[in-house]
Ligand binder design. Structure first.
Ligand code: URA
Length: 433
């Protein structure tokens, strides 16, 4: 077999066999196939697509390229959750303690932020002392004892996806449905959970810009999950504006505490309750979505899951005092107000631009090796549907950098206004199971 023939085959829109896909993935991981051939192959997939069988085979080739977690020592049905990536997406931080408070084991593996999207692991590391590296025994013991644990992705889990994802990032081949589906699902399968709830984001801050594309991605991932015997549900949710009011790291932890106290913004509280309810049903704690949603709403309203978040911080070595004293989280030196230069209703906020603003303030990485500033970020004072007068504060930028003009300009341009009140945003577009 030769890589060039397989690139040619895909370029013509033909279907590859499982052996051919394995050959390409293994060859690339073993450095027998160079970056330029893999790049050409990825671009051929970008334009010609892959059918469901090819996508499932690509997923398995990624899974088989590295280790797989054995979670069989954890009692009960293990439920995992994954987001396709967004801006202000602190939902995992809320969902882990919330679902664990029902007695359902949550064994979570999460990533770091790259580009305009944030990562759960970075957000948690903004809490002094929080350890995101746990040995497998401690991880399993914590899930059995406390029903929750979270770690960063281990280095030898799906190494093929890691290498190919880095290549996609620099060859404009990220936003391809078969490539995203196989990338996400391979990590979920290798991480060992029994059931998976997927949060597929759609809108200006997501990889999928249209609802139809997001539904196709969601359906593809659900089929892959089912074909590999994982109960999988995907929820297509809004990312046309940042979620909630905080975008960054430490400030997102602060907002997590607010949500867990029942004081979260409507958009993120609705999505949290929807995803957590499906996790609760798959985890066997409820036999229908409505009763799970009602119970979880009551838990949020009572604010009791905040104690579970404190417990998560304590068992992973962090300082739980931040929950009652959020000012102990990292704070930046400068706070800059971005003001409206016109009056009207906020009709749109480009989520990607707000993510870029946060990155320019120091909250994100442009390159993998960049250090992030946990205290940097954006507080969204005005959101879509709010009315503003000229001079009103739209956002507050938090940074330790003296040069924030570019960030302020990107942020201001992210806002659009109209005279008429815009239609309310849909938070949940579709559920696929
Ligand atoms: N997240 C992933 O893990 N992979 C992708 O391809 C896109 C988002």
């Amino acid at each position: 077999m030769r890589a060039v023939d397989l690139i040619q085959k895909k370029k013509r829109g033909e279907v590859l066999t499982k052996d051919e896909i394995d050959f390409l993935v293994q060859g690339y991981v073993n450095d027998e196939i160079p970056d330029y051939q893999m790049s050409a192959f990825l671009m051929a997939v970008y334009f010609q697509g892959m059918n469901k069988r090819e996508t499932a085979d690509l997923t398995l080739a990624f899974v088989n390229s590295g280790d797989q977690n054995d979670l069989s020592a954890i009692q009960g049905i293990k439920v995992d959750k994954h987001s396709s990536g967004g801006v202000g997406d602190k939902l995992s931080l809320v969902i882990i303690p919330l679902v664990a408070s029902l007695g359902i084991p949550v064994a979570k593996m999460s990533g770091r932020g790259l580009g305009h999207t944030g990562g759960t692991i970075d957000k948690l590391e903004s809490i002094e002392g929080f350890q995101t590296v746990l040995d497998p025994e401690t991880f399993i013991q914590n899930v059995n004892t406390y029903k929750m644990a979270i770690v960063g992705q281990s280095s030898n889990l799906t190494p093929a996806d890691k290498k190919i994802y880095a290549l996609r990032d620099v060859t404009a081949t990220v936003d391809s449905i078969p490539l995203i589906a196989s990338s996400i699902m391979s990590k979920k399968i290798a991480s060992g959970a029994d059931c998976i709830v997927l949060d597929v984001k759609v809108g200006s801050g997501a990889f999928m810009k249209s609802v139809d594309q997001a539904i196709e991605l969601a359906e593809t991932m659900v089929e892959i999950g089912k074909s590999l015997n994982r109960k999988t549900i995907a929820v297509v949710t809004d990312m046309s504006q940042p979620l909630g009011h905080e975008v960054g790291n430490a400030n997102e932890v602060k907002e997590t505490i607010e949500i867990l106290r029942g004081k979260g913004a409507e958009d993120e509280t609705t999505v949290v309750l929807t995803l957590a309810s499906y996790m609760a049903v798959l985890g066997g704690a409820f036999n229908n979505f409505d009763s799970a949603y009602l119970k979880l709403s009551q838990i949020l309203k009572a604010g009791s899951a905040v104690e579970k978040f404190k417990e998560l911080i304590r068992i992973q070595g962090g300082n739980p005092e931040v929950v009652d004293a959020p000012h102990k989280l990292p704070q930046s030196k400068y706070h800059i107000e971005v003001k409206a230069s016109e009056s009207g209703y906020v009709s749109a906020i480009d989520a990607e631009s707000i993510g870029i603003t946060a990155m320019l303030l120091g909250a994100g990485r442009e390159k993998k090796e960049d250090q992030i500033d946990f205290s940097a970020g954006v507080t969204m004072v005005k959101k879509v549907g709010d009315d503003v007068n000229t001079g009103d504060v739209l956002c507050v930028l938090h940074t330790n950098r003296k040069t924030w003009e570019e960030a302020s300009e990107v942020c201001r341009k992210a806002y659009s206004f109209t005279n008429a009140k815009p239609k309310p945003i849909t938070y949940i577009y579709k559920v696929i199971r």
